[in-house]
Design a protein around this ligand. Structure first.
Ligand code: SF4
Length: 350
């Protein structure tokens, strides 16, 4: 059954009119759901009971529900969401100082199959709908309010689309979902606080560059040498040069600095020559490289997290090469830290 969060404004208004309501009541209902955080029809308090009952019979406000939460001692919390068809996805709340960032999924599973990632182990099952993407924000706000981190609806400060899936393969749902999350009369999160990741699909990146809002882009590069990158991202088709060129177009279109993500694996892509290849590939491009020391993942053997001094040396070499560098520290380290692990534990094992 379609949920209200899957509808655009015109579709919601049509449903309200068909149920005997007036156009302004569609706007009232949307405000209850997206701004006030109403989770059920009883929460839409100034909507007449008869109209609520007529709509409730055929239109749930949300299609997903939280079935498990996995809080870590550092405040990071993974939520496992069950979708209307029984599939499950993860969304992760990441507090960091004044920031409250939510990491949302865009697909059930992932088709990219990076060799170090839990999310791609079982492939992709389907794209998320726009409502299933938006609802991750609604559930996270509920959870934050329950934790006392804000009066309902609690405010998230940032959103990253870096959970399960390759977001740019689901632009048809992601574009409208981000527009709802961004809209001042929707959830109201500024476009500059929203970042979308990609495994590096140049044709999709060029379509992303055409979106009307200036969302940020994070490109998972992992290696600047084409042969090594192909080992780490086996489905990769584009060359590093093509990916960097598309990233430049996004930068020029949105005016947002692009981040290149490198998951660092000991003795695989953390060597001096790997840093030098990165410097050469990104020379003259105003961007940031984010180094992410790999988190060990159940069911993935033969890879290791680099030692801290190795990470520091890699970062320093990039800096000396004129590249802006950040190193992501480990979050949620004590429980299901790696992407996709909470969901993996719930799936039947092959
Ligand atoms: S790292 Fe990202 S793109 Fe790669 S398999 Fe995992 S979710 Fe997919």
């Amino acid at each position: 059954m379609t949920a209200l969060t899957d509808l655009d404004d015109a579709e919601l208004e049509a449903r309200v009119l068909a149920a005997g309501g007036r156009p302004f009541q569609a706007r009232q209902i949307a405000a209850w759901v997206y701004r006030q955080g109403a989770a059920d029809w009883d929460g839409c308090r100034n909507v007449p009971r008869a109209l609520r009952d007529a709509l409730a019979a055929e239109l749930p406000l949300r299609g997903s529900r939280v079935v498990e939460s996995s809080p870590a001692t550092d405040g990071t919390e993974k939520l496992l969401l069950q979708l209307a068809d029984g599939e499950s996805i993860e969304t992760v709340i990441i507090p960091d100082g004044e920031r409250l960032t939510l990491c949302v999924s865009s697909q059930v599973g992932c088709p990219v199959g990076c060799v170090f990632c839990a999310s791609g182990l079982d492939g992709v099952r389907r794209n998320l709908t726009r409502g299933e993407i938006v609802e991750q924000v609604l559930h996270a706000r509920d959870r934050l309010a329950a934790r006392g981190l804000g009066r309902p609806p609690a405010r998230l400060t940032n959103l990253v689309v870096m959970g399960l899936g390759e977001p740019l393969l689901n632009l048809a749902s992601l574009g409208p979902a981000l527009a709802r999350i961004h809209a001042p009369d929707g959830i109201g999160l500024g476009a500059r606080r929203i970042t979308v990741s990609t495994s590096g699909l140049p044709d999709r990146m060029l379509r992303f560059a055409e979106l009307p809002h200036a969302y940020g882009l994070a490109v998972s590069l992992h290696a600047a040498d084409d042969a090594l990158r192909k080992e780490l991202v086996p489905t990769a088709r584009a060359s590093v040069a093509e990916i960097v060129a598309a990233a430049r177009t996004c930068f020029e279109s949105h005016g947002r600095e692009v981040t290149f993500e490198i998951v660092l694996l000991a003795d695989v892509n953390d060597r001096t020559r790997d840093a030098d290849a990165l410097i050469a590939a990104l020379r003259g491009f105003p961007c940031t490289v984010n180094l992410i020391p790999w988190n060990p993942v159940d069911r993935i053997a033969g890879l290791a997290r680099p030692r801290p001094e190795r990470v520091d040396a890699f970062a320093e070499r990039l800096r000396l090469g004129g590249i802006n560098v950040t190193v992501r520290r480990q979050r949620g380290a004590d429980r299901d830290a790696a992407c996709g692990q909470l969901r993996l534990r719930r799936l039947p094992q092959a």
